[in-house]
Design a protein around this ligand. Structure first.
Ligand code: DAH
Length: 354
């Protein structure tokens, strides 16, 4: 066969062999068959040595063209394989940018915390300070200073959690109410203003609320061994029951966001107040309408308690109240089992956002 006549076939067979190479490695092997040291083109070049000068010129030019055509086919195939590889990688690592991102679970405040925040905001807006106190209390602050006698039932071992650390005469306990904060706060307040008081000046009024956890040996649908209270105290030279009434009425209406609400002060007894009253509320409309619902204990601070604050009961008078934020939370959201708030079930708890 005359080599130049075979050249077009050689080029097209190179093309189809390159085309069949499925990987870069196969393609490089295929290249060797044509352009390698003992490849077909190289063989043709070698074969020219016996030709005449004229034939060398024409055949040499033809072989060169064929060589260039084969090199171009090789380059095309290399590029095609590289493109296919890139395409494959892009597909494998594809990102669906329309998928929603992965987020952290979003937390929310506990329903009772929301209630405490509301209480603090409302009383804060009428000039009440917010105080925090210890949950492990002494017998003095929890009972004695609050005019609670030795034989009061609240002091019995099975109503109160006594804890290690105190003495028999002055045992430590988990506070059964937030009322000890009345004494703690007032004593600090009086100390701060003692020189004013001694000089016969007017002491700034005590106006404080003290929210927090409290403990009793008690557990059913409406009682939990750990529960919350919020104490309130307002003491000055001229603070009356009337002030308690308007402050608490205003608080309830603001808290429940309705004026369709009336209050009742029902005579009661607490050792640390005299007179004492339970505060009941009644909604005039809505699902709870018509029922009296107890929300707080209250009263005029007992003279012995005023004395334990370091003040003279002949000059200072005030009122106190203790309310149940858990109860307020149940009423506000219409929940009838207190235990749900403390079981820690996120499906329940995450329903309360404001
Ligand atoms: N500490 C009382 C209780 O836990 C509630 C209470 C009643 C608080 C009357 C007060 C008050 O400040 O004046 O049952």
């Amino acid at each position: 066969m005359n080599p130049p006549d075979a050249l077009p076939d050689l080029v097209s067979s190179a093309r189809s062999i390159f085309q069949m190479a499925a990987t870069p490695a196969e393609l490089e092997n295929a290249k060797a068959q044509f352009l390698g040291k003992s490849g077909r083109i190289t063989e043709l070049m070698k074969g020219m040595s016996t030709l005449s000068v004229d034939d060398k010129k024409t055949q040499g030019a033809a072989i060169n063209l064929a060589k260039q055509a084969i090199e171009a086919a090789l380059a095309d195939r290399r590029q095609a394989l590289a493109n296919a590889e890139l395409e494959r990688q892009l597909k494998a690592e594809a990102l669906d940018v329309s998928l929603p991102g992965r987020r952290r679970g979003q937390g929310s405040l506990h329903a009772v915390s929301l209630t405490l925040e509301r209480i603090e905001a409302i009383f804060g807006s009428i000039g009440f300070d917010v105080a925090q106190g210890p949950e492990i209390e002494t017998d003095w602050f929890n009972f004695t200073a609050l005019n609670t006698p030795e034989d009061h039932p609240a002091r019995s071992m099975h109503d109160t959690f006594y804890v290690e650390g105190g003495t028999e005469a002055a045992p430590n306990l988990l506070r059964t109410h937030t009322s000890p904060m009345q004494i703690r706060y007032a004593v600090q307040h009086v100390k701060k203003h003692q020189s004013l008081i001694d000089a016969g000046h007017r002491m700034p009024e005590i106006r404080v609320i003290a929210p927090g956890r409290t403990y009793r040996v008690d557990s059913d649908a409406t009682h939990s061994p750990m529960f919350h209270q919020c104490e309130g105290l307002w003491v000055g030279e001229n603070v009356s029951f009337k002030d308690l009434k308007y402050v608490f009425t205003d608080f309830c209406r603001t808290f429940f966001e309705t004026h369709d609400l009336v209050l009742r002060f029902r005579p009661s007894f607490f050792p640390f107040t005299e007179p004492s009253a339970e505060i009941d509320i009644q909604f005039q409309s809505g699902p709870l309408a018509g029922r009296w619902l107890e929300v707080a204990g209250s009263g005029q601070v007992h003279p012995n308690v005023i004395r334990n604050m370091g003040l003279d009961p002949e000059h200072y008078i005030g009122f106190a109240f203790g309310m149940g934020p858990d109860r307020l939370t149940m009423l506000r959201y219409g929940v009838n089992d207190l235990r749900l708030f403390f079981d820690g079930d996120i499906r329940f708890l995450s329903q309360f956002q404001s």
